[in-house]
Design a protein around this ligand. Structure first.
Ligand code: G6P
Length: 615
């Protein structure tokens, strides 16, 4: 989604802002812009589409720049008003002396706009952001102080915002403010940064201050002042970022997505590290800060998440119910927040999110907190807003994920659920000790098995080549792999724009079977040794009888499958309950290769954003 970076210091401002925006690019955007303070003037550059266009614009107008020392940059993902040059940020007030960039949505912008129009403001765009520019300019005219003008303005804003403001009459100062949208200040030597997310500044500094809601930052080259909404100084902790800049490099892979898929074995080792020592020792999950006696008696868990994280949550439900016998409800955050839930102080609420910034999940978590539930967050971003709302926090340690389509963060979330479910089972004594040992043994083997899958992808590539021209797919499975079917289909939709649906195999005959013919490939996930294999096989036969093309994803060595299915993608042998960690990998690769063959923008699919900070 939108991204912000601001800089004041002695480096090449254009370069710092451009790099910052490039490192936020993965979040998804449709236009970009910069405002630079140069020789007492504010100069604005905006373009539609990718950052390369902004680069060209800056190059073409190079002669206009003398020595910029301060600037703000933005990438926009359209919410109010189409993606267009006029709607791109930065936005200005009537006289152009004040510029603003903004992430989020101002809910009362229409009322504010009406009032400002009455005062003589002339609006050029359809955005909610332009309202902020006029509003702050109006307040500045009264207060003659940018910090106070921003403070007085944000008091009038309803909704979510992270904003950065510069004014021609206030040299080399950036004022930032936030509410329900992330913003941080990066601290340097004789230079400072402000940004909506850490990748924007990681190349220059690891020292950061995270702003909280209703805080205002005044940033100059050698000072950072943070105040609350009433103007009181706030003493903030300087934190050190956990990421390395190298995390933002493709390391020779064609796309971040492929790199991230290949990182999964190490990610799993990371998740297990320090938590699962050997098969005879209990799982160590000190992150769960609930008294063991309370955990023993726990009889309801709710898991809330969006997108891929929701699929990890579905696997989580299956595991917790199976291992620990605790009833679990899973719901999309965007539905949970509009329902009268029965959540109460005795409910454990688990929020799952790669980014830790998804607006719907944050709202859902806040609702759960109001009901006094213990909130456990599973996230890849321990520095996120969601993490700050947690009573217990399990960081999944997958490393920064750049590709919009989530891959390694999904496997890391799955692994966290295996550990959590086993931890609960050990506390409750709900599973046979030998069974637990076998599971632990197999969990430790998973990275090697994924390495085996990654070492030979020829069948997956053949499958991608054969099926890339099909317009619709159905992915089916049963049991713990139903979520794998949902996730595999989502991956294909996201990056190749092919219509793919994950469906419970048993439900095929209750509707979707009507769509089956030779134009509809059915991908079946079949793991032998468990309770679902034969049934999914029968459902695949039913599809075959309707002339559907069949793809199998299986750990079975049964040669007769090669007669029934058009293509059989084989994975190493694995017990059904652990198989989602393996089945997701060929499905990620299949989506990847199909998108690649179709020439799609794999890492930044159209219309999608890496972290969705609006409801
Ligand atoms: C966006 C991304 C998805 C992601 C979803 C939830 O839609 O494009 O890949 O699964 O948000 O994000 P979260 O960060 O909460 O896991």
């Amino acid at each position: 989604m939108c991204g912000i970076v601001g800089y004041v210091g002695n480096r090449d401002v254009v370069e710092v802002l451009f790099k910052g925006l490039t490192n936020l690019e993965y979040r998804g955007y449709d236009s970009a812009g910069m405002a630079l303070r140069d020789e007492g003037e504010i100069k604005i550059f905006k373009t539609l589409g990718k950052l390369i266009n902004l680069k060209n614009e800056l190059e073409n107008r190079k002669s206009e720049l003398i020595h910029p020392v301060c600037g703000i940059g933005h990438i926009r993902w359209a919410t109010h008003g189409s993606p267009s040059l006029v709607n791109a940020h930065p936005h200005t007030c009537n006289c152009g002396r004040l510029v603003v960039v903004h992430n989020g949505i101002i809910e009362n912008y229409k009322e504010l706009r009406e009032e400002l129009i009455k005062k003589g403001c002339k609006f050029k765009s359809q955005t909610d952001t332009e309202t902020i520019a006029h509003l702050v300019a109006d307040e500045y005219a009264k207060a003659k102080n940018l910090e106070i003008a921003v403070r007085n303005s944000v008091k009038k804003l309803q909704g979510a915002y992270a904003i950065c403001v510069m004014h021609k009459d206030v040299p080399d100062v950036i004022v930032g403010a936030r509410k329900h949208a992330p913003m941080l200040v990066g601290i340097g030597e004789n230079e400072n940064f402000i940004a909506s997310d850490t990748p924007a500044i990681i190349e220059y500094t690891k020292k950061t201050i995270y702003l909280d809601d209703n805080e205002i930052a005044v940033v100059t080259k050698d000072s950072v002042k943070i105040t609350d909404i009433d103007g009181n100084l706030v003493n903030k902790k300087v934190e050190v970022l956990p990421w390395e800049p190298v995390a933002l490099s493709k390391l020779g892979y064609k796309h971040f997505m492929l790199k991230e898929i290949h990182e999964q074995p190490d990610v799993i080792r990371n998740v297990l590290n320090g938590k699962l020592f050997d098969i005879d020792s209990p799982i160590i999950l000190n992150e769960v800060k609930i008294d063991k006696d309370i955990l023993k008696k726990l009889n309801k868990i709710e898991i809330i998440a969006c997108g891929t994280s929701l699929h990890a949550a579905i696997v989580g439900k299956y595991l917790i119910e199976d291992f620990a016998g605790i009833s679990v409800e899973v719901e999309a955050s965007s539905e949970y927040i509009y329902r009268k839930t029965t959540t109460d102080a005795s409910t454990l609420v688990i929020g799952v999110s790669q980014s830790g910034e998804t607006a719907d999940t944050i709202t859902a978590i806040k609702q759960a907190r109001e009901k006094k539930s213990h909130v456990l967050i599973i996230t890849n971003r321990p520095d996120s807003n969601m993490a700050r709302l947690a009573d217990s926090l399990i960081p999944v340690n997958a490393g920064i994920e750049v590709s919009v389509a989530a891959t390694k963060s999904y496997t890391a979330q799955l692994m966290s659920f295996y550990l959590l479910a086993l931890h609960l089972a050990e506390i409750k004594g709900s599973l046979d000790k030998e069974y637990i040992k076998n599971l632990k043994h197999e969990l430790i083997q998973l990275p090697t098995k994924i390495e085996e899958i990654l070492s030979n992808t020829s069948v997956i590539q053949e499958c991608a080549r054969k099926f890339s021209s099909y317009k619709n797919f159905i992915y089916i499975s049963r049991g713990v792999n139903l979520a794998s079917a949902y996730e595999g289909a989502l991956k294909l939709k996201e990056i190749s724009y092919i219509n793919a649906t994950g469906y419970p195999a048993g439900e095929l005959k209750h509707g979707p079977i009507a769509m089956l013919d030779e134009t509809m490939p059915v991908l079946s996930i079949l793991i032998p040794g468990g309770i679902t294999y034969e049934k999914v096989l029968s459902n695949s036969e039913e599809a075959k009888a309707r002339n559907a093309k069949l793809i199998a994803l299986t750990s079975s060595n049964d040669k007769s499958l090669d007669n029934l299915f058009d293509i059989v993608i084989r994975i190493p042998s694995v017990s059904e309950i652990l198989s989602p960690v393996l089945t997701c990998v060929p499905l990620q690769l299949l989506a990847y290769y199909i998108a690649e063959f179709l020439g799609k923008d794999v890492d930044q699919p159209r219309n999608l954003a890496k972290s969705v900070t609006v409801e």
